[in-house]
Design a binder for this molecule. Structure first.
Ligand SMILES: [Zn+2]
Length: 382
């Protein structure tokens, strides 16, 4: 996710915040300081705000703890966790590969809700202990206990990719032995639940009883919104799973393009286009001197330079210099390369082995390969 920023590391796992989290943080603080606390307690105005902010921060930490427990269990089973991103409905742990088996997947999925329940228990104790001493501390602990139970329950909804959906998938996977089919079924349930939420939300917004009496207009908006969100993540996570399945075990060297022209840096751009790019139908040019990588030229580079300057401009003056190029090793997992490309938002990487240019790997080509493989249902090869 590019619309997020890095917060820091816990247990050496990078934690990022998606910008939507600021909306949730502000809303939670506002709801607590202007609604929840004033409804139950008589405090000075500033105390409502301070308690609201502290509660929000602790809520935020509860979500981090939930995601961290997924990540730590996953890492225990040897499935690497790249990062955790906090977004509007909590967090997402970016786990590099899918789980190694149904039972491990189930343990990873259950770790989050269980930790939320444990945190709820902890706040229950804090609430009881603080009650005679500090009303604000007791009040925030009470709310946090309730919200952590809600977090556990929401995440246990059996629609993929929520934790409950992952548990459901693990069960199906165990029974059928077919990972993709199990994912497909859990995703279908996830989307179904999404549509159910949307329907309930719309009925409530339109004032149709008895739903409207139950949730009200604002509740209806929330239901519709959460439903829309669930449907979306379910669909996109299915595409992600297909992609991961299709690219599993494929290396960068297998998918790289070996037809990129290799040009010396002292040629002019005119010569490059006339003598290398056009005759060979190549869409990229790697600049190398004595086999060593000296830069790369893409179609975008060439288009950016006015044609009048082509005969007089040297290739070495317009190349993307090696320091700015990201390179891949031929033995590297293509899935890892793709993730690096997405993180850096680049369309290609030069494949290099001990300094020698072997080819270029294009993001487009990786997707095309995965799509073809999925369409054919091909499971062989690597
Ligand atoms: Zn979770």
């Amino acid at each position: 996710m590019s619309s997020s920023f890095r917060l820091g590391r816990i247990f050496s796992i990078p934690i990022s915040i998606h910008y939507t989290w600021f909306i949730i943080f502000a809303l939670v603080t506002l709801t607590l300081a202007r609604g929840f606390f004033p409804n139950f307690y008589v405090w000075p105005e500033w105390l409502y705000w301070i308690t609201g902010l502290v509660t929000s921060a602790l809520f935020f930490s509860s979500v981090v703890a939930h995601e961290l427990s997924h990540s730590l269990v996953s890492r225990y089973y040897g499935v690497p966790v790249r990062s955790i991103t906090l977004f509007i409905f909590g967090g997402v742990a970016h786990i590099g590969r899918e789980a190694a088996g149904p039972m491990r997947e189930m343990a990873m999925a259950l770790a989050g809700p269980l930790s939320s329940l444990a945190i709820a228990g902890l706040f229950h104790v804090v609430h009881r202990v603080a009650l005679p001493y500090s009303e604000p501390v007791a009040a925030l602990a009470w709310w946090l206990r309730y919200i952590n139970v809600a977090l556990a329950v929401f995440n246990l909804i059996p629609g993929f990719p929520l934790d409950g959906g992952r548990v459901f998938r693990a069960l199906l996977w165990r029974v059928t032995g077919d990972f993709l089919k199990a994912t497909g079924a859990a995703v279908a349930v996830g989307r179904g639940i999404g549509y159910l939420f949307i329907t309930l939300g719309l009925l409530s917004i339109l004032g149709i009883s008895p739903v409207a009496q139950l949730f009200g207009f604002i509740g209806g908006l929330w239901f519709a919104f959460i439903g829309w969100f669930l449907e979306n993540v379910a669909s996109s996570s299915y595409r992600q799973t297909q992609l991961k399945e299709a690219l599993h075990g494929v290396s960068a060297g297998e998918l790289m393009n070996r037809d990129c022209v290799i040009v010396p840096p002292e040629r002019t751009v005119e010569e490059l286009v006339r003598d290398y790019v056009l005759p060979r139908g190549s869409r990229c040019a790697v600049v190398a001197q004595g086999g060593r990588l000296a830069g790369m030229l893409t179609m975008a580079n060439l288009r950016g330079l006015p044609q009048g300057q082509w005969p007089t401009t040297l290739v070495e003056n317009v190349v993307i210099p090696p320091a700015q190029l990201r390179v891949a090793h031929p033995g590297e997992d293509v899935l890892d390369v793709l993730e690096r490309m997405e993180e850096e938002d680049i369309g290609q990487m030069v494949v290099v082995r001990s300094g020698e240019v072997l080819g270029v790997l294009f993001r487009e080509h990786i997707f095309r390969y995965a799509r073809t493989r999925t369409e054919l249902g091909y499971r062989g090869g690597s």
